[in-house]
Design a protein around this ligand. Structure first.
Ligand SMILES: Nc1ncnc2c1ncn2[C@@H]1O[C@H](COP(=O)(O)OP(=O)(O)OP(=O)(O)O)[C@@H](O)[C@H]1O
Ligand SMILES: [Mg+2]
Length: 410
């Protein structure tokens, strides 16, 4: 078998509100993931994390996959796909089973997790994850790996994530229309947190906030396991919208100004510059101060962090996150955001770029790729390593791919 034929490849597809990212990771012999392919396209078919236009979404996914496959020089048949949106609900539940033969077996663990899943959910929701938090063998609490332990009663505390059946089906349909089988839909915040959080942080207690374009996704970890997840409908798009309304400028111009000059803390602006802002319609561009821009941006981020804090208090996790807060997602990259978050949360806050992967540099360094990279890490944890198909591409294949790409882009 040649070296290239033995490549173990995984694909992660982050179908976000602002962008679709496809990453292909190669699992190296030591288990390390090297990102060998990256494709990114603007996303035009989603609103607040949910598919609202199938054709536009399929087009973005197809192009992102083609780009990633071309870079990786391989084709991957299936992917782990991120899911989010306001329809996501989470519950904590408990399952109990008798230990079948004195010593806890793998089958007992499967059965107890299955028992924990037995909660009433509305008919239009489906279970996305049943994530074990900890096990109790007889009266011994806080066990993470119960296999092999002696006991008669096995209890599992689990975190159950459910989502709208139709939202999940629409996303799955979009991916499958591109010829990619969906290995599993994975909650975007579960994916992002496996890419940006450190084991010590998950142990001590931490809250991760992935601030995207349409939603901000929250995941709380303590004792090494996920304890709470939530989705808030405030994110980068509202910030752009605020700028657009306040400065009476088109959305695209507001987006560009935000990324180029935006700052979430006015006090960090030492030298006030004037920026040129295009007008709506035919009016001449105007000059406005960068400080004013910052004063427009701050309230929306502050509102978001106040909501997150309120959610942490509501779910009773605020006092448990001694490790503080980790921010990720592209909208967390604005200067002043971690400082503002620290002020609102009154907890240490850091920015979370993905770790654990090597390869394409942008992917390993930018919080914008946390979900996509996290999907690869999640896929690896499921031991689902896919072989590439048809690796030795002919020149005709690549000509065909390049011509499809050109047709799609122009
Ligand atoms: N350098 C930057 N500074 C501030 N904001 C940024 C920067 N780069 C991107 N953004 C904003 O981040 C948002 C997109 O974030 P991201 O790419 O994580 O979203 P997404 O994953 O597509 O969406 P979602 O997760 O909500 O479905 C946009 O609102 C964009 O304006
Ligand atoms: Mg996202």
């Amino acid at each position: 078998m040649s070296k290239r034929e033995s490549r173990n490849l995984l694909m992660g597809l982050d179908v976000g509100t602002s962008k679709v990212v496809c990453v292909i990771g190669e699992v190296m012999p030591g288990g390390q993931i090297e990102v060998v392919g990256l494709g990114q396209q603007p996303s035009r078919g989603l609103k607040r994390g949910v598919v609202i236009n199938i054709d536009a979404t399929v087009q973005s996914i197809r192009r992102a996959v083609e780009e990633a496959e071309m870079m990786a020089n391989a084709r991957v048949q299936s992917a782990y796909v991120g899911l989010s949106g306001a329809h996501i609900k989470s519950h904590n539940s408990v399952g109990v089973v008798p230990v079948s033969s004195r010593e806890v077996s793998h089958r007992d663990v499967e059965k107890v997790i299955e028992a924990g899943r037995a909660i009433a959910i509305p008919a239009d929701q489906k279970v996305i994850h049943v994530l074990p938090q900890e096990f109790v063998v007889d009266n011994q609490e806080g066990i993470l790996k119960p296999e092999g332990m002696f006991g008669v009663r096995l209890e599992a505390k689990v975190h159950i994530v459910t989502g709208s059946m139709s939202a999940a089906q629409n996303l799955q349909k979009c991916v499958e229309s591109c010829g990619i089988h969906v290995d599993k839909l994975c909650l975007q915040h579960i994916a992002s947190s496996s890419a940006v959080l450190l084991p010590d942080e998950k142990d001590l207690g931490i809250c991760m906030v992935d601030i995207g374009g349409g939603t901000s996704d929250i995941a709380v970890f303590k004792g090494g396991s996920v304890r709470h997840t939530a989705v808030l409908p405030i994110a980068g798009e509202q910030v752009t919208n605020d700028i657009s309304v306040a400065f009476r400028t088109p959305t695209q111009a507001a987006e560009e100004i935000k990324i180029k000059y935006g700052c979430a803390l006015p006090q960090l602006i030492t030298e006030d510059e004037e920026i040129q802002v295009p007008s709506v319609g035919e009016g001449p561009p105007r000059r406005l101060s960068r400080l004013t821009l910052s004063e427009v941006i701050r309230p929306r981020y502050e509102e978001l962090f106040r909501f997150v804090r309120k959610e942490l208090h509501r779910a009773d996790w605020y006092d448990a996150i001694a490790g503080g807060v980790v921010l990720t997602g592209a909208a967390s990259m604005m200067p002043g955001v971690p400082e503002l978050a620290e002020e609102v949360f009154e907890l240490p806050t850091r920015l979370g770029p993905p770790h654990e992967v090597t390869g394409v540099r942008d992917v390993a360094r930018s919080p914008a790729y946390a979900t996509a990279v996290g999907l690869l890490i999640y896929a690896r944890s499921q031991n689902n390593v896919r072989m590439p198909v048809n690796e030795n591409r002919t020149a005709a294949f690549w000509m065909d791919r390049v011509s499809t790409w050109f047709k799609g882009n122009f």
